[in-house]
Design a protein around this ligand. Structure first.
Ligand code: ADP
Ligand code: ZN
Ligand code: ZN
Length: 662
């Protein structure tokens, strides 16, 4: 009697056996509908067996094996199995996540009939491409010369022509009849890139994959990748799970970007999973960045990855000039220095664009009543409510709670409530007053709340219909604004002394990136960074555009402190009704770990930095090891112990392997 072993989307680290008399090996990788409890569920068949650990009589039969699309290939299942193992997540949760929602539910999109043998038609390349710069040429040749698996780091400042290198490498893959996968950090970036790729490969079948797509479109793209029809898959992190039978090249653009790591559910790093996949398939993978993650840079330094450098910008004559504006002895006007104001004035006179970068949206981070000490706090989180004057609301940026701005202090009735600190809305207001003739445009998650609004804002900038942009990091990534010649960064210092050891790395990348927006065409760019720490090595490295020096200094500090990439970490987090419950659970988890933790350091349970979120109290426990295999072996054993621990009602926990947020 044939038995199928099914991965179901349940928080249980096991497979489920069902009788399936008409099944055979070719059903491995198919979706299957099965009875579970009182309902039907859809899962994926991962193995066929002839015996079960459960007595045959008690096994239920499958409801239906879904043979309406090709089975998921062994390579795809192996990828999911790796993620399940590495991220300590039940396989059924991984396979479920890796499938588009529609296929996960056992449905199928309407499929258009493909044109005859479209899949194998080589993509015609547009003629008359610009000749490559020598460094680009060398990079393209290096990628073409890779035989089998290799990780290549394409390190080049913004505008150095990295994308051009990716496109050439993809061209070569298509010419051989292969498929290429390109991962980008943000949904917002895919339309631009898609346009560029489509223009470059007009005959090619390009599929996008991101969470913003309609269900049917996403499922269709998945099937087109699976059947080999799609030649290029472009997508955000979840695209790393697209099945591609002829995959020959993976590109991860802006590989340092934190959005490649998912922060809930399956907490995977798409970059790391992509590297594993390239290794498994024995194909090259190209990681591109102006500011590689220190993990990646470390591997390039040790020779594990191959470093390809693009030292110069492709079009602009020079890198933007970066200047530090010392604000210690200056009286700022609404946070802006005289130097920055003069710079803005000059751009206005010249008809060029400027950008004031402040990574904090809203009007002010908190509203306060100075006489009685009341401040706007979220009722559900250990956080302040942010003042949004544009629509008269107080909002929690953590849980989404919102309420009207009170007319008077709720505690004492005082009507003179004061906003403290500064966000993009406040800067916008100030700039409008200060430069009445300028068209000021704010770009943040509030003004660009939908893809449509975002595209409209971008169009306004491109049409030259804005003079001064005020924006958060939304604007930092990937966009070319030919008229933009000045970037002013304000409020950056806060990140210098943040508790998270990765904060400087992020700040450096962010400032490099946002600075890279200026002077991307014929007009030279200038970057002004306002700071009270003008001598800080991070800023000095920015002035000199010296990523390598910055990275080496940071790596030295990490080595001494024993932080990644010199150690490997995992974080156990627990949330409960009281902090005591959360910490008690973590303490019990720690006790259970002691006997298992050979070569692994166990830290003490502590409250998380954002202690309370959505009324739940949160604690965390860090574990660390200089050896990845040692950590992995420990985690596997620990998980079993964790599943067996007693928990108070309402407590939830999860494990985050290679956590990025502390
Ligand atoms: P990056 O991805 O590193 O930011 P891009 O590939 O987008 O850089 O290139 C930046 C700009 O330079 C683009 O407008 C691109 O068309 C142009 N460019 C790239 N390579 C060349 C080249 N070899 N000759 C002329 N222009 C180039
Ligand atoms: Zn909240
Ligand atoms: Zn008051």
């Amino acid at each position: 009697m044939n038995i199928v072993r099914v991965a179901l989307d349940l928080p249980l680290p096991r497979l489920f056996d069902y009788l399936a008399p008409d099944s055979d090996e070719s059903d491995i990788g198919r979706r299957v509908t099965v009875p579970f409890g009182t309902a039907l569920r859809t899962g994926v068949i991962v193995a066929i067996a002839t015996a079960s650990e459960h007595p045959d009589g008690k096994l239920k039969s499958v409801t239906a094996i879904l043979r309406d699309m090709p089975a998921l290939p062994a390579e795809w299942l192996a990828l999911c199995e790796f993620c399940a193992r590495y991220y300590q997540t039940p396989l059924g949760e991984v396979t479920s996540f890796a499938l588009p929602p529609m296929l996960r539910r056992g449905k199928l999109p309407r499929i258009r009939k493909p044109a005859a043998d479209a899949a194998v038609a080589p993509a015609p390349t547009v003629d008359a491409l610009p000749p490559l710069l020598p460094a680009q040429q060398a990079a393209v040749e290096a990628i073409a010369g890779v035989d089998g698996f290799h990780t290549l780091l394409l390190h080049g400042v913004t505008g150095s022509g990295k994308t051009e290198v990716y496109l050439r490498a993809i061209d070569a893959v298509l010419a051989r009849g292969g498929q290429a996968l390109m991962l980008v950090p943000e949904i917002a970036l895919t339309p631009q890139l898609e346009g560029r790729v489509a223009a470059r490969f007009p005959g090619a079948h390009i599929v996008c994959a991101n969470s913003g797509m309609a269900d049917a479109a996403r499922a269709r793209g998945f099937i087109e990748a699976l059947t080999g029809r799609a030649q290029i898959v472009l997508g955000t992190r979840l695209a790393v799970f697209m099945p591609m039978p002829r995959l020959q090249l993976i590109v991860v653009d802006e590989e340092h970007d934190a959005s490649f790591k998912q922060q809930e559910g399956l907490r995977y790093s798409a970059r790391d999973v992509a590297i594993w996949r390239a290794h498994q398939l024995n194909i090259p993978i190209v990681l591109g960045s102006a500011t590689p993650s220190l993990e990646t840079f470390h591997h390039a330094g040790s020779g594990r990855y191959r470093m390809l450098e693009l030292p110069e910008r492709a079009v602009a004559e020079a890198m933007p000039v970066v200047r530090i504006v010392d604000t210690r002895r200056e009286k700022l006007q609404e946070g802006l220095s005289a130097a920055l104001l003069a710079g803005l004035q000059l751009r206005l006179e010249r008809g060029e664009q400027s950008l004031v970068f402040l990574n904090r949206r809203g009007y002010a981070p908190v509203l306060a009543c100075p006489p009685c000490g009341w401040i706007s706090r979220c009722q559900r989180c250990a956080a302040n409510l942010v003042l949004h004057l544009a629509d008269g609301r107080l909002r929690c940026h953590h849980c989404g709670f919102e309420t009207r701005v009170p007319r008077a202090c709720p505690d004492c009735g005082n009507v003179d409530l004061l906003p403290f600190g500064r966000g993009t809305q406040r800067l916008e207001t100030m700039l409008v007053e200060r430069f009445p003739e300028a068209r000021v445009l704010r770009i943040d998650r509030d003004s660009a709340s939908t893809p449509k609004k975002w595209q409209a804002l971008l169009a306004t900038i491109h049409a030259g219909e804005a003079d001064i942009l005020v924006g958060t990091q939304m604007l930092a990534k990937g966009h070319d604004f030919p008229l933009l010649t000045l970037v002013g960064a304000v409020g950056a210092d806060a990140a210098l002394f943040a508790a998270d050891f990765r904060a400087p790395e992020r700040l450096f990348a962010q400032l490099m990136q946002v600075g890279g927006r200026s002077g991307r065409a014929a007009l030279p760019g200038e970057v002004l960074i306002q700071t009270e720490y003008p001598d800080h090595p991070l800023y000095q490295a920015l002035v000199e555009h010296d990523y390598v020096r910055f990275a080496r200094t940071q790596l030295d500090e990490r080595r001494i402190a024993g932080f990644p990439p010199f150690s490997f970490q995992a974080m156990l987090r627990a949330e409960a009704r009281t902090m005591e419950q959360a910490l008690d659970f973590l303490a019990a988890a720690r006790s259970a770990a002691v006997a298992l933790a050979a070569g692994v350091t166990l830290y003490d349970p502590v409250p998380m930095r954002l202690q309370r979120l959505m009324t739940l109290e949160r604690g965390q426990l860090l574990v660390e090891s200089p050896s990845r295999p040692a950590l992995q072996a420990f985690l596997a054993a620990w998980m079993e112990a964790l599943y067996a621990l007693k928990m108070p009602a309402g407590l939830r926990w999860h494990l985050d392997v290679d956590p990025l947020e502390f």
